[in-house]
Design a binder for this molecule. Structure first.
Ligand SMILES: *[C@@H]1O[C@H](CO)[C@@H](O)[C@H](O)[C@H]1NC(C)=O
Ligand SMILES: *[C@@H]1O[C@H](CO)[C@@H](O)[C@H](O)[C@H]1NC(C)=O
Length: 189
């Protein structure tokens, strides 16, 4: 994996070909900084599905989700929580840990509990150890199913795109702790 430059680097370059050729026509300047890569065999895209449970632990001595921005309004709009939430295979926190959800969520809606989710799923198990997927989307937490885009990834999830569907599994009204089931559908190489 580390022996060659990341594929994403080259794809960005290849993606720039159009723009570069337009610029070249306009200016007549050389574009030899850009190398179009020829694949010896086409890389096949895979579709993967997996399920993890996301634990937002707010209460207790070891919170994984901490408020870093306080809302100036009564409805909580503007609140931001930074998270390093465990991702486990089963709904129990004690079940097998496969990674963490690192990032933040923010209360981005004034009308309802609608979050902006910005997080990386960082996997720490088996062949996925060190690979990540990036999730960015809207999470209306009181809807039964919330869909958010997977906008990228690294390692085994290079070029990732797809979506997640989140369903609240448990919500502790006293502490605010929540366990959410995430079904992830992702195209990658
Ligand atoms: C790929 O093929 C094009 C067209 O045949 C050629 O101009 C280019 O130099 C090749 N790139 C590499 C890295 O071999
Ligand atoms: C995952 O990778 C890290 C860093 O390379 C390593 O320290 C750790 O032992 C690995 N974990 C597993 C479960 O393979």
């Amino acid at each position: 994996m580390a022996t060659t430059l990341p594929n994403s680097f080259f794809i960005i370059l290849v993606g720039s070909v159009l723009l570069a050729s337009i610029l070249c026509q306009a200016t007549g300047e050389a574009d030899d900084f850009l190398v179009e890569l020829n694949q010896s065999k086409p890389i096949k895209e895979k579709l993967s599905r997996f399920r993890v449970y996301w634990h937002d632990i707010i209460g207790g001595r070891n919170p994984t989700s901490v408020q870093v921005v306080r809302s100036p309004t009564h409805n909580g709009f503007g609140t931001v929580n930074m998270i390093d939430n465990p991702l486990t295979l089963g709904p129990e926190l004690s079940s097998k840990l496969v990674g963490k959800a690192q990032g933040f969520y923010a209360l981005a809606s004034q009308e309802e509990l609608g979050l902006l989710m910005t997080m990386n799923f960082v996997f720490t198990e088996g062949k996925y150890n060190g690979s990540t997927i990036a999730v960015l989307g809207r999470n209306a937490v009181f809807n039964e199913v919330r869909e958010m885009p997977v906008i990228g990834g690294s390692g085994l999830f290079r070029f990732a795109r797809g979506y997640v569907q989140a369903r609240t599994h448990t919500l502790d009204a006293k502490t605010g702790d929540a366990t959410v089931e995430y079904n992830v559908y992702v195209m990658h190489y």
